[in-house]
Design a protein around this ligand. Structure first.
Ligand SMILES: Nc1ncnc2c1ncn2[C@@H]1O[C@H](COP(=O)(O)OP(=O)(O)OP(=O)(O)O)[C@@H](O)[C@H]1O
Ligand SMILES: [Mg+2]
Length: 258
């Protein structure tokens, strides 16, 4: 038994796409990521939930190396995260990220927003980039908006463009950090539906969200964080109907009853 687990530690399984091992990070005296061990399989959808300040965004940002870590390691598809330079730019292209705010380039059209990374980072041919961008805009349901500027779109449309832009890089994994929390209620579903479809298509996804309906229907696993630690992880049904830790029980009673 021991031998098997030693081998597994040394050689991640081929299906492990994102591996965090013993990851630690502080902001000053605040220990924001504490001994985080998390392995995400190819095609898996992991929903991360937890109280404000528990480290969910920092976790996402560490996976994309927008934040450095102090100890432990993170690998994407078997490769350690590069420190800087071109290798880091390529890594970032493998990890798509969608934030709460849409972060589209205001002075570029929707189509140009979705083409830009392909041209700059992937060095794609312009015609190919445009074809791919139009296909993705169609996939997220905003192809009619291709020639508009971001400010001319609704929040839900902008967020779907942001998803198309991330997908245009051909990422291996997509990180979503509260992608619907800045949206008006009537626009939340159109974004969640795009994410649901992406999950059904087999995309590997890490999703920080308060949308428990999405977690129940799309997640393979729920990871509950509190105070910089992963306190509990389980399949959604088990987590929502039978949380084990007091922290998770307390958190669920607050968000499910208001
Ligand atoms: N750049 C920073 N400098 C200092 N402290 C930070 C920084 N970024 C985050 N923190 C602190 O680290 C802790 C974790 O923050 P993080 O944003 O990861 O939490 P979160 O779980 O995403 O919270 P929320 O649900 O409010 O988005 C918080 O206490 C936060 O104030
Ligand atoms: Mg956050």
């Amino acid at each position: 038994m021991t031998e098997v687990s030693v081998t597994k530690d040394a050689l991640p399984a081929a299906d492990d796409l994102v591996v965090l091992k013993n990851v630690n990070k502080h902001f000053g005296a605040l220990h924001v990521l504490q001994d985080i061990d998390l392995t995400i399989a190819r095609g898996e959808v992991v929903v991360v939930i937890g109280p404000s300040g528990s480290g969910k965004s920092t976790l996402c940002r560490a996976i994309n190396r927008l934040e450095s870590i102090e100890s432990g390691f993170i690998t994407i598809d078997g490769k350690p995260l590069p420190e800087e330079g071109k290798a880091l730019a390529r890594l970032r292209a493998d990890v798509g990220m969608v934030f709460q705010s849409f972060n589209l380039f205001a002075h570029k059209t929707v189509l140009e927003n979705v083409m830009l990374g392909q041209l700059k980072v992937r060095k794609a041919d312009k015609k190919d980039a445009e074809e791919k961008a139009r296909g993705l805009l169609d996939r997220v349901g905003v192809s009619a908006q291709a020639d508009k500027y971001p400010a001319q779109l609704s929040g839900g449309q902008q967020q779907r463009v942001a998803i198309a832009r991330a997908l245009a890089m051909g990422p291996k994994v997509m990180l979503f950090d509260e992608p619907t929390s800045a949206l008006d209620p009537e626009m939340i579903n159109e974004v969640l539906e795009v994410m649901q479809q992406l999950a059904r298509d087999g995309m590997t996804m890490v999703v920080v969200t308060h949308e428990m309906g999405f977690a129940r229907s799309a997640a393979n696993r729920v990871v509950f964080m509190a105070d910089g630690r992963i306190v509990e992880e389980a399949v959604p049904d088990q987590f929502f109907s039978n949380p084990r830790s007091d922290r998770a029980k307390d958190f669920l009673s607050k968000i499910l009853h208001h």
